[in-house]
Design a binder for this molecule. Structure first.
Ligand code: GLY
Length: 333
């Protein structure tokens, strides 16, 4: 296994439990997106036009998350749902457009009064949409639990089969880094009451922000998105925009302590869907999970282990074939 992020470790954990002999190689564990990710398990809120296959894979993975989390202990798995809110007329139009998509795809999403669900939200909101099926987990706790179960080495091993799970550092794959800044905040004093219960995603004057509450009071605010190569620098503009938008949405956050500002690199592919499958008889790709690595960890672990065991995967992997882009470019030659 190349890569000790959430994808590589999840596959290794599953493969070990099926009796396979696995070595996880990573010269720099912890540098990837898994450590920065907010941990939204949000197939509905992240569903987007033209990404139907990815949605099916995401739903399949979400259905596996309860058992996956239970096997890891307390990893902050929460089922409170996602609340999507809009402020201006343009923001509302975007919400309506997304609602139509959810209706077309028969996804659970219904109108909700934002302040009835979350009294801490600004009164300047036009509408809300609740997605009760979207969940969350704490990726750092997931990583720590996986690391307890799966050893990682910095020595390149000899292997019969290599699984490439190196995120945007996976060599020879159509994967590029997509820079995302994420902030972590804490209440200055424990007030005893949580700031919010749901994951809240806001459209405010065209700016998009998500706010993810943890059970211990921490609030994760994300995320910017930019193409900046492999730089993981945190920009002043990124922090300002996230804070401005989050505080506008939830004024109480202005009193919080800013405890961390970090940037991670999402492994993006040309169609935003992962690369899953055999590259040659000795190599399997399991990378390119873009915005969905945490959500897709259980299904990725399951299907890649099935390939390693020479079994039929539970889902059709054709839409995620690692060679799908080569095909397109040769047709265009
Ligand atoms: N999945 C959220 C993000 O990539 O920002």
């Amino acid at each position: 296994m190349h890569g000790a992020g959430i994808i590589g470790l999840s596959i290794a954990w599953r493969a070990l439990s099926r009796g396979l002999d696995v070595t996880v190689y990573d010269p720099d564990p912890g540098r990837g997106a898994s450590n920065v990710a907010a941990g939204m398990l949000a197939p509905v809120a992240e569903a987007y036009f033209g990404e139907a296959s990815l949605l099916q894979l995401s739903l399949a993975s979400l259905s596996r998350w309860p058992a996956f989390a239970a096997g890891l202990g307390d990893v902050g798995y929460r089922t409170d749902g996602t609340l999507l809110v809009a402020r201006t007329g343009d923001d509302l139009r975007e919400l309506v457009r997304l609602r139509q998509l959810y209706t077309d795809w028969r996804l659970p999403a219904h109108k909700a009064d934002p302040r009835e669900l979350e009294p801490g939200l600004t009164p300047r909101l036009r509408a809300g949409l609740l997605m009760p099926g979207d969940h969350q987990v704490d990726p750092r706790r997931v990583l720590a639990a996986l690391r307890e179960r799966v050893p990682v080495t910095g020595q390149l091993p000899d292997a019969d089969v290599t699984v490439l799970a190196g995120g945007c550092w996976t060599p020879g794959m159509p994967v590029r880094p997509v820079h995302g800044e994420v902030l972590r905040l804490r209440p200055a004093e424990r007030s005893g009451k949580p700031t919010i219960r749901h994951v809240v995603r806001g459209f405010l004057d065209g700016k998009h922000v998500y706010v993810v509450p943890r059970s211990d009071g921490e609030v994760v605010v994300g995320a910017t998105s930019a193409e900046r190569g492999f730089s993981t620098a945190v920009t002043a503009e990124g922090v300002r925009d996230l804070l401005d938008t989050a505080i506008e949405l939830l004024p109480e956050l202005g009193e919080f302590e800013l405890t961390e500002a970090r940037a991670g690199l999402r492994p993006g592919t040309p169609d935003n869907a992962p690369l899953l499958g055999w590259l040659d008889e000795k190599t399997i790709a399991a990378t390119g999970h873009y915005r969905h690595g945490v959500l897709l960890a259980p299904i990725t672990a399951e299907v890649i282990t099935a390939l390693l065991l020479d079994q039929e995967p539970a889902v059709d992997l054709a839409p995620f074939a690692p060679g799908r882009f080569e095909c397109r470019s040769s047709l265009m030659d």
